[in-house]
Design a protein around this ligand. Structure first.
Ligand code: HEC
Length: 117
C-alpha cells in the first residue's frame, strides 16, 4: 500500500470513529429525554415521592444519589421491596413495584444516572 493510501485509510477510520461516537451520544440523549418524560409522567408518578431537576417531591431528590450504579438504580425501579428491605431506616411511604415496560425502565435509569452529582 502506498503512503498516500495508508493515510487516506487512517483518515477514513478516524472520521468513522468520530461519527459513530456522535451517533452514540445522540442515542444516549434521546434515552435520557424519554426517561425525563417517564419520570415526570402521571403514569409512573415518580415525582409524587422524588424530585429531579427541581421538580417534584423535594424529600428525595434524585440528584443526591452520588453516582449510584446503573444496576442499582434499575433494581430500585424493578424490585423496590427487595431494595427497601436493605435500608437501615425504613421509609414511612415505601416505593411500590409498578409494571414498567423494559424500554421505559432503560430510559428511567439513563435519566436518573444523567442527573446525579
Ligand atoms: C410512593 C412513593 C414513591 C414512588 C411513587 C417512587 N418512589 Fe422511588 N423511592 C421511594 C422511597 C421511600 C425510596 C427509599 C428512599 C431511601 O430511604 O433511601 C425510594 C428509592 C428510590 C431509588 C433509590 C435511591 C433513593 O432515592 O434512595 C430510586 C433510584 C428510585 N426510588 C427511583 C424511582 C423511580 C424512577 C420512580 C418512578 C418510576 C419511583 N422511584 C417512584 C418512594 C417512591
Amino acid at each position: 500500500m502506498t503512503k498516500a493510501k495508508t493515510w487516506a485509510l487512517a483518515v477514513a477510520a478516524a472520521v468513522l470513529a468520530t461519527s459513530t461516537a456522535a451517533l452514540g451520544q445522540a442515542a444516549d440523549q434521546k434515552l435520557v429525554d424519554e426517561g425525563r418524560k417517564a419520570f415526570n409522567s402521571k403514569t409512573w408518578d415518580c415525582v409524587k415521592c422524588h424530585s429531579a431537576e427541581g421538580a417534584g417531591n423535594k424529600k428525595l431528590p434524585m440528584e443526591r444519589l452520588n453516582k449510584m450504579a446503573p444496576e442499582e438504580i434499575r433494581k430500585w425501579i424493578t424490585s423496590p421491596a427487595e431494595m427497601t428491605a436493605k435500608l437501615p431506616k425504613k421509609p414511612a411511604v415505601p416505593m411500590k413495584k409498578q409494571d414498567i415496560p423494559p424500554a421505559e425502565v432503560d430510559a428511567l435509569v439513563a435519566f436518573v444516572r444523567s442527573i446525579q452529582k
